[in-house]
Design a protein around this ligand. Structure first.
Ligand code: PMP
Length: 284
């Protein structure tokens, strides 16, 4: 694989980042994941807008323009012959040359790395036909989940707990309500109404969430943005999650209880179709 590090395109084995980089020592870094279908980038502008928000929230100056990122994404897709897959992008506060809690001087250059992952058949994941099983796990992450940082240890722990309990993913719960999945936003459907938690510092503002809610409203579906419990989700007609790489993924079982009849429902199916069709059309 060819990867990108601070302006250079290198074989992955030749790529180097300092051990003093704050991304490595402090998880002082943000990231984005853009999906690639048919060699084109999905929702690229949305991901760039969120990258700016994450960097602003941490007072890291964005070292590159959106056009620079676009050119680098395209270069990596090209050099690695990615048809279906993703581009991962990470920006860290850089290398102060030593370890210190205080931020380094503002002229310390951020570190930018990007790499691709090939995922042949990404849009035809068999799991979309059978749906995921999820289990509730207490949400013990920090209080700024709206910033897309690389502090992903707790979500990894929750994912492993889900696996150990025979599920595909965890739905994180706080004060009795679902916040989101380990790497996706969570939804239920009841009586034709789509319910998902409102945006706040408690969840990541999903780029796929924004697109899917827009398509749902354009298709005259009703959307309610409010928290819901695991018990309410178990009683729902349907459930699903959204993310840049899973698109719209149906959820058919929650804490061992079938949602509806335990098969993939019509709303999730339709939203997945609309999302894939519309985002392919708008892909760049
Ligand atoms: N929530 C969390 C915690 C995530 O990690 C992700 C994936 N980045 C999402 C939601 C979904 O966001 P997006 O649709 O932008 O991929």
């Amino acid at each position: 694989r060819t990867v990108y590090v601070n302006g250079d395109y290198l074989p992955e084995d030749a790529a180097r980042v300092s051990i003093f980089d704050r991304g490595f020592l402090m998880a002082d870094a943000v990231y984005e994941v853009v999906s690639v279908l048919d060699g084109r980038l999905l929702d690229f502008d949305g991901h760039m807008a969120r990258l700016d928000r994450s960097l602003d929230a941490l007072a890291i100056a964005n070292p590159l323009s959106h056009d620079d990122y676009l050119a680098a994404h395209r270069e990596l897709v090209d050099r690695n012959a990615i048809t279906d897959g993703l581009v991962y992008l990470q920006v860290t506060r850089g290398n102060p040359g030593d370890r210190d809690f205080a931020y380094p001087p503002e002229d310390t250059p951020p570190t930018v790395v990007m790499f691709t992952q090939a995922k042949p058949g990404l849009a035809d994941a068999p799991a979309a036909r059978t749906g995921w099983k999820v289990v509730g796990v207490e949400d013990l992450r920090w209080g700024r989940r709206d910033i897309k940082t690389v502090q992903l240890l707790y979500p990894s722990m929750a994912k492993m707990e889900a696996r150990a309990r025979g599920a595909d993913d965890a739905w994180l719960t706080e004060a009795g309500h679902v916040t989101e999945g380990t790497s996706n936003n969570a939804y239920i459907v009841r009586g034709g109404v789509i319910v998902t938690r409102e945006l706040s510092r408690d969840i990541l503002h999903g780029i796929t969430r924004a697109a899917v809610l827009r398509f749902a409203r354009e298709a005259q579906m009703t959307v309610e943005e409010r928290p819901f419990t695991i018990a309410e989700a178990q009683q729902a007609d349907e459930a699903f999650v959204t993310s840049a790489s899973a698109f719209v993924m149906p959820v058919v079982e929650i804490d061992g209880k079938k949602v509806g009849d335990g098969t993939v429902g019509p709303v999730a199916t339709r939203l997945r179709e609309i999302y894939l069709e519309e985002s392919r059309k708008a892909a760049i």
